[in-house]
Design a protein around this ligand. Structure first.
Ligand SMILES: Cc1cc2nc3c(=O)[nH]c(=O)nc-3n(C[C@H](O)[C@H](O)[C@H](O)COP(=O)(O)OP(=O)(O)OC[C@H]3O[C@@H](n4cnc5c(N)ncnc54)[C@H](O)[C@@H]3O)c2cc1C
Length: 192
């Protein structure tokens, strides 16, 4: 039996539910990893243990620290009854990495960081016998584009994508020109 407390808009208890189940899953709230969450350095992380970055992926206090990926603190999209994080997905993270790589290279050449990630989302979410493809430009609202489609083709597309992705990474090319062109045509770019 799963015991669930439903809350109202202010986060106060509204109703209790008892849900019988045979197989279930609960996702705990994301937090930063121990190695970072336990660092005592004012200005490095937020209270949930995520690393604070500016629009160039650089920590505003420790300017020699850049951060990319799920470990980054993104501001909440809107006020919710219980605190929830902003989702982060693969392409969004690729855009953070691209901006960071350019900014570190720029700094080494004596320039100030200037590249900003687009934070667009393009996902093939596999569900075994089916899947959902979605495009969100940018991922964090307000959006210019929102598109989603479900079907078995997504499952097959994900298998194809995995093979393509592993091959290009093995070759050391993170963004081949044809991928860049196709995505640009769809309005998806890595940098703002
Ligand atoms: C179930 C699920 C499905 C998803 N599906 C999709 C999808 O279809 N499309 C999509 O775009 N995104 C999807 N995502 C999101 C995407 O997978 C993540 O956003 C992305 O993998 C995050 O990349 P990352 O490199 O920041 O972190 P991770 O991929 O989590 O990499 C962090 C790495 O750090 C390592 N690590 C942790 N602690 C330490 C330590 N102390 N020392 C050394 N190493 C350490 C971890 O072992 C891990 O390998 C999904 C996520 C989940 C959980």
């Amino acid at each position: 039996m799963m015991f669930v407390t439903e809350v109202d808009e202010d986060g106060k208890e509204k109703k209790k539910h008892e849900l019988p189940f045979k197989h279930s899953m609960m996702l705990p709230a994301f937090t930063g990893i121990d190695a970072v969450r336990n660092v005592k350095a004012e200005g490095l992380i937020n209270p949930r243990g995520f690393i604070i970055v500016d629009e160039h992926q650089r920590n505003p206090t420790f300017k020699n620290i850049y951060s990319v990926g799920v470990c980054v603190a993104l501001p909440p999209v809107e006020k919710t009854p219980v605190p929830v994080g902003t989702p982060k997905t693969g392409y969004m993270i690729e855009s953070m990495v691209t901006a960071t790589a350019h900014n570190i290279a720029g700094e080494l050449a004596g320039k100030e960081p200037h590249e900003r990630p687009s934070l667009n989302a393009l996902c093939l979410a596999d569900m075994g016998d089916s899947g959902i493809a979605f495009l969100a430009v940018p991922q964090i609202p307000p959006r210019n584009t929102t598109w989603a489609q479900q079907g078995k083709w997504v499952h097959l597309a994900k298998i194809g994508f995995e093979k393509y992705f592993m091959r290009k990474i093995a070759k050391g090319i993170s963004e081949p020109y044809y991928e860049k062109m196709i995505l640009k045509f769809m309005g998806v770019v890595r940098l703002k």
